[in-house]
Ligand binder design. Structure first.
Ligand code: ADP
Ligand code: MG
Length: 298
């Protein structure tokens, strides 16, 4: 392609809301044969909704959510924000409730939070958090988790003084049209993979719903980047699509990093292409644009 063609290509991209940072990024994109998608906020809407609360012990929802919110109000995680918002429903002064004070707050990346509230140790997070902190998960709880994950929901466990008290079932639906995007990519001979920090059950359910066969779950940020490098070592030209801080190492490692415009600044900075409208269809538009520019297909 001539420099003029490349300029035209990036210009058309910009007018579509596909911000391409330079000619090299545009060029690499037409060779992509494999895309790694983050789950939360990329394939899914990223606005989690609490669908049910399964209390395992004799405790009032109001008291339960007061302790949970007191711990989670200190976390920046989207799941924490959704839980705190939901907890307000159980308060009389709904608007700006004052939660009990939390001491020794700890945020455990990829697992959840811990705090001491009203002299009780509160743990809110996934199964791994409970296992690492010696909280027993009963057979009943395992069953609820399996049901939750089969529905593509995430079960967040709550333990008070090492006793499992309840499970908060949270749904984060797929973006509309996500399935179509994956099937169009397939027809373009581009393979899709999901990589997420969420648990295996939920990840597999979401992948099935969207039509992706290959899933990597319970992945830390460095695992996401390792997966990209592994695919490259197998001879693939890999794009990574993500929105979070935890996606940035993988966005940098990929041949083409694509950030969701609504994502965090760190992801946007790490990416070669920014999908300003946060639409997954723009992944296809970016590839089409690059193919048109470099393969001279009309
Ligand atoms: P991702 O954004 O890819 O889902 P994260 O690493 O942010 O991955 O989180 C992985 C998992 O850790 C979440 O699905 C959740 O189960 C748990 N988790 C992380 N932070 C919190 C939190 N503040 N409250 C409850 N659970 C959390
Ligand atoms: Mg994400």
């Amino acid at each position: 392609a001539t420099p003029t063609a490349v300029m035209v290509g990036t210009g058309v991209g910009a007018s579509l809301g596909v911000l391409i940072k330079g000619g090299q990024a545009l060029e690499r994109t037409h060779k992509v044969n494999c895309i790694v998608f983050d789950k939360t906020g990329t394939l899914t809407i990223g606005k989690p909704v609490i669908v049910s609360t399964r209390l395992l012990k004799d405790m009032r929802p109001r008291e339960f959510y007061e302790l949970v919110a007191a711990a989670e109000v200190n976390s920046e995680h989207p799941l924490a924000k959704a839980i705190v918002e939901y907890a307000k429903k159980f308060r009389r002064e709904e608007e700006n409730p004052v939660w009990p004070e939390a001491q020794n707050f700890e945020s455990i990346t990829g697992q959840g939070v811990r705090a001491v509230v009203q002299n009780k140790e509160v743990l809110v997070g996934n199964e791994r958090l409970m296992l690492e902190r010696n909280v027993a998960i009963s057979i009943d709880a395992e069953e609820i988790l399996a049901e939750t994950e089969a529905l593509a929901q995430t079960g967040i466990l709550v333990a008070i003084d090492k006793e499992l008290i309840g499970i908060i079932c949270i749904s984060d639906p797929l973006k509309p049209g996500a399935g179509e995007v994956i099937s169009i990519l397939k027809s373009m001979k581009v393979k899709s993979i999901v990589v997420t920090g969420d648990n295996w059950g939920t990840a597999k359910s979401i992948a099935k719903e969207v039509g992706i066969d290959t899933v990597i779950a319970e992945a830390k940020p460095e695992h996401k980047a390792e997966k990209v490098k592994e695919l490259q070592a197998e001879g693939n030209i890999v794009a990574m699509v993500g929105d979070g801080i935890n996606d940035s190492p993988a966005l940098v490692a990929a041949d083409v990093g694509m950030a969701i415009g609504a994502g965090t600044d760190i992801a946007i900075e790490a990416a070669d292409i920014v999908l300003m409208k946060s639409n997954l269809e723009d992944v296809i538009n970016a590839i089409d644009l690059s193919r048109t520019t470099f393969l001279r297909i009309r």
